[in-house]
Design a protein around this ligand. Structure first.
Ligand code: C2E
Ligand code: CA
Ligand code: CA
Ligand code: CA
Length: 279
């Protein structure tokens, strides 16, 4: 009876520790990934919906895991947010994206703007302006070729502080966009307070655009709202010609999604890039 009691006890502690153990394993794995350069960026082009010209490229992080293969962000970004490791990971992403954007220019391609995803934690920890301007300078990349994608989660922080940072980024000619627009709890309050250049309409509103009149109403409203604030709109997750046609008709300027192109390693993107001399 004594033994089974101990086993039961052990059983429960083991079970309770699984989450903590898994998190610890992930935390160590992420630390090692940073040290051993196991992260890679894939790039997804963005197009003008009317001319179908390339207008930008979003950098999306993946983890080339030694045992588990190429991991998508949903497998590790949430934990990196919890442990704070998203801060150094994001710094690596920005640095690598700047390096790649500059490399394309040096290879003779016309300059193209590269978008990076920022975490709300970047605004909380350290000097985000110094970090990003420092990386742009280090890679000799003009800020006009860097787009910073923010989520509404940054609104949870002190408004004046965020306003000040965003104003400084604008003065330095970075492009600012709000990612996953419409999915946050306070999209309108966000716009009232923060000036940005672009709204990224979340893919969840695009998926059923052809059949769901409510999605159409939301997408239409976001586009009109953006016009009122003199902002551009980009639809993410565009997968079909039908979605493209509706978006074009409604006045959305830009799109990105599997219909145009999957996120690809830098080396496979050249067919979408334009030569600098041909322009
Ligand atoms: P997101 O910023 O909304 O990125 C768009 C996601 O949609 C990407 O998933 C992309 O691969 C996927 N996607 C693109 N086109 C289509 C399409 O036509 N249909 C569908 N169903 N999906 C499409 P991914 O790469 O798995 O990234 C997921 C999320 O992870 C991103 O969502 C972003 O929130 C986060 N993330 C990615 N890279 C970074 C990063 O460097 N830093 C931070 N903080 N977050 C990142
Ligand atoms: Ca994004
Ligand atoms: Ca997005
Ligand atoms: Ca999204």
């Amino acid at each position: 009876a004594k033994d089974s009691g101990r086993n039961t006890y052990r059983f429960y502690t083991d079970k309770m520790n699984i989450d903590a153990m898994e998190r610890l394993r992930m935390r160590n794995g992420l630390a090692e990934a940073l040290l051993k350069q196991q992260f890679v960026l894939h790039y997804q082009p963005q197009f003008d919906l009317n001319t179908l010209q390339l207008v930008g490229i979003e950098a999306l992080v993946r983890w080339n895991h030694p045992e588990r293969g190429l991991l998508l962000p949903d497998k590790f970004i949430p934990i990196a947010e919890q442990t704070g490791q998203i801060v150094p990971i994001g710094e690596w992403v920005i640095s690598e994206a700047c390096r790649q954007a500059k490399a394309w220019q040096q290879q003779g391609y016309a300059p193209v703007r590269v978008g990076v995803n920022l975490s709300a934690l970047h605004f909380k920890r350290g000097d985000i302006i110094k970090m990003i301007t420092g990386l742009a300078e280090q890679h000799d990349l003009d800020p006009q070729y860097i787009e910073l994608e923010l989520t509404e989660a940054i609104m949870l922080q002190e408004v004046d502080y965020i306003l000040d940072i965003m104003q400084k980024f604008r003065t330095l000619h970075f492009t600012l966009s709000i990612d996953d627009f419409g999915t946050g709890y306070s999209s309108l309050a966000f716009l009232k307070r923060f000036r940005v250049d672009k709204l990224k309409i979340d893919g969840s509103f695009i998926r059923n655009l052809e059949v769901d009149s409510h999605d159409l109403a939301i997408v239409r409203s976001i586009i009109q709202l953006a016009k009122g604030f003199e902002m551009r709109t980009i639809a993410e997750g565009v997968e079909t010609q039908g979605q493209l046609e509706i978006l074009r008709r409604e006045g959305c300027q830009e799109g990105q999604g599997y219909y145009f192109c999957y996120p690809l390693p830098a080396g496979q993107l050249s067919r979408h890039l334009h030569s600098a001399t041909a322009q």
